[in-house]
Design a protein around this ligand. Sequence first.
Ligand SMILES: Cc1ncc(COP(=O)(O)O)c(C=O)c1O
Length: 340
Amino acid sequence: MKIDLRSDTVTKPSGEMLETMFSAKVGDDVLGEDPTLNELENKAANIFGMEAGLFCPSGTMTNQIAIKVQTSPGDEVICDSSAHVYNFEGGGIAFNSASSVRLINGNRGRFLASDVLDNINPDNVHYPHTQLVVIENTSNKGGGSIWKFGEIEKIKKVCSENNLSLHLDGARIFNALTETGENARDYGKVFDTISICLSKGLGTPVGSVLLGKADLIKKARRFRRVLGGGMRQGGYLGAAGIYALDHNIGRLKEDHKRAKQLAEILGKISIVEEILPVETNIVMFKLSPGLTETNFLKTIADENLLAVPFGKQTIRMVTHLDFTDDQLFQTRSILRKLFG
Ligand SMILES: Cc1ncc(COP(=O)(O)O)c(C=O)c1O
């Protein structure tokens, strides 16, 4: 059997999750009549103390809709140069929102309130109109790094003083909250919109929820329709989301523990030059000179161990619901056998 550390998206629904899905009460959600999706949206909104939620098929869609409903063509979005919304959503900000992007070179995906202030354009016809700031917590390309909530609050202050909206790409926000013990409702107070993913660490087959004020989510629902994302009896997927919020948040610390153990193993392998500090479930490391990421990945794939490249000589491994202690043990044996 393969040990798949390419992403926390590779998990398959558990038997219990599937049973919950089979027995979901459903209706036509485009008509607002799917009780399970309505329940999921309310539940997710309630966790963050926000007014409303919108279920979408993916985190890319929730992010892109959030950007669309909070910008106008010609606006500018501030985010980190490593941000998912900029790097991995197919140029969606340009395509969907006709907005430009101002990149900040932060520290492992995180920047400061002073960086935001420095990147707001003057109110002058020459410049794009700065409108939205996007924060990604945890930061994927930053190796699962966690933002300091105090800095987020300072960024919120800068946004409020300059009439900017603030969006959280919270694909892995529950990983961050699990580690810090912070309250989701504090996040709900600071952000205008939050995207949470159910299909990463929380283990559903499909789904993300966009959270925000009721009027903004009403606009978002309209744009989801434009994108063809209005689903009918989506409650079967919604039931998986409810199950995940009830059962799979508390166990994320296991993934974090295994990620740290994995980093310890990698730290003893000769071909690993540097490992980013492990804060959550992502392990990002650099190979020593001479070994390309392609060669490394092929060598481990031949032993049924899978990971992904994340830049030059950089590899990402992600722990998740389906990665067990036994698999961790096997991973150690494979890496020791191959690289000593
Ligand atoms: C930080 C972050 N945001 C958004 C997404 C997009 O999620 P999806 O793959 O559901 O579109 C991902 C996916 O890996 C991600 O890592």
